[in-house]
Design a protein around this ligand. Structure first.
Ligand code: GLC
Ligand code: GLC
Length: 646
């Protein structure tokens, strides 16, 4: 088929049929322009995915009508932002960017009350706020809100859509971008679509993967990974009432949507644009790796999943271009980067850097992080990593076995060691974490725990040991120093800036006790904040230390949109990289991952030549290079050595 010709015909036919009369003259012009620009891409993508559908053209027409309707509904303030962001596509790379993720009801009473926390966010320097899913979801266990029953309805415990709108406006006024979840791999089993499917409605049955025939389920199971093996074995749930199997990658109440049905794609575009129109700046694409199923594969990271995400992106460019996508692909590093592109996801979690920071903390060695990041950190220069150490989820050890193999490390054995180390089962470990989703078949397991507890603060406080305390504070600040300087948006998990420990109260809650991720989702009270603001407390040292680094980041463009190059430090315990700004500014970062003094080889200074001196940003002093001695760092010390362009 001649794609260009077909595309042109298709667009002409669609334009003659869809109703654009409700758009103002100016909006109609903008819509036409954007459609002309992006429809060819959208057409090609959808033809690739849905080629075999007899009703392809009808589906495209429905989609364009949906885009027009959503654009019509887009508030004027958002349309203004569309324009601004199109003129400033690198806004997410500024040194000013600092993210935080939190659950509305764990940091405030509800959405209205969250507005009273804005001064706190501003004071800390937050410019990006990810609110964990706040949509209507089942009572009791809802996977922390990741089982959505209605995308257009806020969980009544948190407030209303109007209150979310008000909050979005207030955040915008405070210079804070709002990030919302786009949970599009599955809905809850209480979503209207699921209820209809279950009641036997044939159209809605096609919204999900429902099977009467167990042998098909078995055939799929042969190649699938189990995500929640402690919830239920396999990836399907049997529905007693309808005598069918339904695909449930995660919990049994989270039904995977069937994207091989184009009606589902169009319906979800409508939901996505509803969220975009609420006034958010980024959508977090939850579990995006799982959206396409292909028998005989793992049904993760399938080529058509990428096509679909690109198609969603094209829809966004037409109807709400101010919004960017953030990829939540917590998978093998080769696969993580495939989601990152201006036409797919402009932002992405950086699970590899996260896992390798923890790995280096456990081993006190930096060989694996140096080896892996030296060829894996660079991404498309228009896209941005979101660097984090902890989030609301577990930690999976997603490094590449090939990278490890080069260093003589056996990936499988090493993961067993890391799980033992971080759950405190390894002799001499300082970490207090919990296991998550142990799979007895392959020994696989992940780790939960708050940043401070995994870094040793909980143990140090329990043992009231001043040395352990110093070391744990050193680790906590070292972790943050990397998030804030390596390149990308640093994303704090609320409470980490207060040094908050594990919260074991979930063990008393019947709806939570089976899910140890709740151990790292503590509720934050005013007392926690006051403690961290009280001089003399451990929490205050942590808080002050982090704030100091944030302040430096925000005043040096070399910590924003600049290149990152991992370097060899000449020591197995030191991790190093340099940042290079296009204006010529340079920053050399050295981090000591051990409890002992370590020296970087003098050759590290060569990165800063022709200067002979650098400004130590953290200690606020000038240092002169000594090519005889190199650079010595004390336990867990970090150096940010800055040379301004001549
Ligand atoms: C993502 C979320 C996680 C959730 C899962 C299913 O990985 O981060 O919390 O359980 O998706 O929605
Ligand atoms: C995602 C990830 C997995 C993560 C889970 C949430 O599917 O692939 O590693 O732990 O969601 O628990």
């Amino acid at each position: 088929m001649n794609l260009t010709l077909e595309c042109k015909r298709s667009l002409n036919r669609i334009l003659s049929r869809v109703d654009l009369s409700k758009l103002s003259k100016n909006d109609s012009k903008i819509f036409h322009e954007r459609l002309t620009q992006h429809f060819p891409r959208l057409f090609e993508l959808l033809v690739t995915v849905y080629n075999e559908r007899y009703d392809m053209h009808y589906q495209l027409e429905q989609l364009v009508q949906q885009l027009a309707d959503s654009f019509k509904a887009r508030p004027a303030a958002q349309k203004k932002k569309d324009k601004q962001r199109l003129n400033n596509p690198h806004w997410h790379q500024s040194e000013d960017m600092l993210g935080m993720a939190c659950y509305v009801d764990l940091i405030a009473e509800d959405l209205a009350d969250l507005q009273t926390k804005i001064p706190y966010f501003k004071d800390l320097g937050i410019t990006y706020l990810h609110l964990m899913p706040l949509y209507k979801s089942p009572e009791g266990d809802s996977d922390g809100g990741y089982a959505v029953s209605d995308y257009r309805c806020v969980n009544p415990k948190l407030g209303t859509v109007q209150e979310l709108n008000n909050l979005a406006k207030a955040l915008d006024k405070a210079g804070i971008s709002l990030v919302l979840d786009f949970v599009f791999n599955h809905t809850s089993d209480e979503h209207e679509w699921a209820l209809k499917a279950r009641a036997g409605d044939e159209d809605f049955a096609e919204y999900y993967y429902l099977f009467e025939d167990k042998s098909i389920v078995d055939e799929y199971e042969k190649t699938l990974r189990e995500i929640f093996p402690q919830v239920r074995r396999g990836s399907f749930t049997y529905l007693e009432d309808s005598k069918k199997w339904v695909w449930t990658t995660f919990n049994s109440f989270q039904w995977d949507l069937n994207y091989s049905n184009p009606t589902v794609f169009t319906a979800i575009v409508g939901e996505m644009l509803f969220l975009a129109n609420l006034g958010c700046d980024a959508l977090r694409l939850d579990a995006l790796a799982f959206i396409w199923k292909e028998m005989g594969t793992t049904c993760e990271n399938q080529p058509k999943a990428h096509k679909l995400i690109q198609a969603f992106n094209a829809c966004l460019q037409i109807a709400a271009p101010a919004v960017v996508f953030k990829s939540e692909a917590i998978v093998h590093p080769d696969e993580v980067v495939k989601y990152i592109a201006p036409e797919e996801c402009q932002l992405s979690y950086n699970p590899l850097t996260m896992a390798l920071i923890w790995n280096s903390l456990a081993t006190r060695k930096t060989r694996l992080i140096t080896q892996s990041l030296s060829h894996r950190f660079a991404i498309n220069p228009d896209c941005t990593w979101v660097n984090y150490a902890r989030c609301h989820d577990d930690i999976g050890w997603t490094f590449d076995d090939g990278d490890a193999g080069i260093l003589g490390i056996n990936g499988y054995d090493h993961r067993l060691f890391l799980n033992k180390f971080f759950t405190g089962q390894f002799e001499g470990s300082y970490a207090t974490g919990m296991g998550f989703q142990f799979n007895p078949e392959n020994g696989d397991c992940r780790v939960c725990g708050s940043l401070a507890s995994l870094a040793g603060l909980e143990q140090a406080l329990e043992q009231q040991d001043p040395h352990l305390l110093e070391m744990s504070i050193g680790r906590i600040l070292l972790i943050h120093s990397i998030l804030l300087s390596i390149g990308g948006i640093p994303l704090l998990y609320a409470g980490d800036e207060l040094g908050m420990l594990n919260d074991y109260s979930f063990l008393q809650d019947d709806h939570k006790k089976h899910d140890s991720r709740w151990v790292n989702r503590p509720a934050i009270s005013n007392e926690d904040v006051v403690l961290a603001h009280t001089p003399g407390t451990v929490q205050n040292r942590i808080n002050q230390g982090i704030r100091h680094l944030i302040k430096i980041r925000k005043t040096h463009p070399v910590l924003g949109r600049a290149k990152t190059q991992v370097i060899h430090t000449g020591s197995d315990h030191l991790f190093g990289y340099q940042r290079i700004h296009e204006n010529g500014d340079k920053l050399l970062v050295l981090c000591n991952f051990s409890e002992n003094e370590q020296t970087a080889h003098a050759s590290v200074f060569e990165h800063l030549l022709p200067a002979s001196q650098a400004y130590d940003l953290i200690n606020d002093e000038i240092i002169t290079f000594d090519f005889n001695l190199g650079k010595t760092l004390t336990a867990y010390q970090v150096s940010w050595l800055y040379v301004k362009a001549q």
